[in-house]
Design a protein around this ligand. Structure first.
Ligand code: 6GU
Length: 247
């Protein structure tokens, strides 16, 4: 899978990538990252990429031209690599607090793409005309405001990459399934059996796999009901047979 990131801070993206699990996946040849500096595409004499908003208001906006040209260069690079002429539609994801909220479901969907382009805004945003021209997906990572799209792009790449076959070991992949079914993780324990007078729950030492699974599901359900009642309700709705069996 090929990640392409359009940004004014390419080093931030590269540093975060190489020092994470994603870096190891890149060494294995499963993932590839290209961080493109939008400033390299400015046609202004002083390498300017931003200007004041028409109509007034606080802050500066990124201008359309460098963003558009950087994106076109990336798309041409993809077409050269694939020896195609644009029949594939590459998704261009703009990181913005006004987008749809990122989710495990979207991470799994995007993990099936061969190329993804992330557009990171800075200042107060980007000229609307270039967004209309190139963006296919507007995505937010939650209801709070960050100073730029770089951290959200890195969050998304991490969540997407762990759904790409081979990025995680088998052991870790199996772990996914518990959040994949819409519940929060159960608590876990490792050695020693007694720490500071506190014992590991007896059932986990029993060797009874069915009992362990039942205990874990109950813990997951209790935790989810407590901290994310809306997730609990939607799980309960789609697993009515669980409650019938329990009764
Ligand atoms: Cl994608 N960008 C920025 N600037 N702030 C955010 C965000 C994105 N998602 C949540 N807050």
């Amino acid at each position: 899978m090929f990640f392409h990131v359009l940004t004014l801070f390419p080093d931030m993206i590269r540093d975060g990538f190489t020092t994470s699990i994603l870096g190891r996946a890149a060494e294995k040849g499963i993932l590839s990252l290209e961080a493109v500096n939008i400033r390299d595409y400015t046609k202004s004499r002083h390498k300017k990429v931003d200007d004041y908003p028409y109509g007034g208001g606080a802050g500066m906006l990124m201008q359309a031209q460098p963003v558009y040209d950087a994106c076109q260069a990336v798309i041409e690079g993809i077409q050269t690599r694939k020896k195609t002429a644009g029949e594939e539609k590459v998704r261009v994801i703009y990181l913005t607090p006004t987008g749809q909220v990122f989710s495990q479901q979207l991470a799994r969907e995007l993990a099936r793409e061969e190329d993804l382009i992330f557009l990171c805004g800075h200042y107060e945003g980007i000229d609307e005309r270039v967004l209309q021209r190139i963006v296919t997906d507007y995505v937010s990572i939650g209801d709070y405001v960050l100073t730029g799209g770089e951290l959200p792009a890195m969050v998304m790449m991490d969540a997407i990459a762990r759904n790409v076959p081979g990025v995680l070991g088998n052991e870790e992949s199996a772990q996914t399934e518990s959040f994949d079914d819409g519940l929060l993780e159960y608590p876990q324990y490792t050695r020693p059996e007694i720490w500071e007078g506190e014992r590991v729950p007896e059932v986990l030492l029993s060797g009874d796999h069915a009992k362990v699974e039942e205990w874990r599901l109950e813990k997951s359900l209790a935790k989810t009901k407590e901290v994310r009642p809306e997730l609990y309700e939607s799980w309960a709705e789609s697993h009515q047979e669980y409650f019938v069996k329990k009764a």
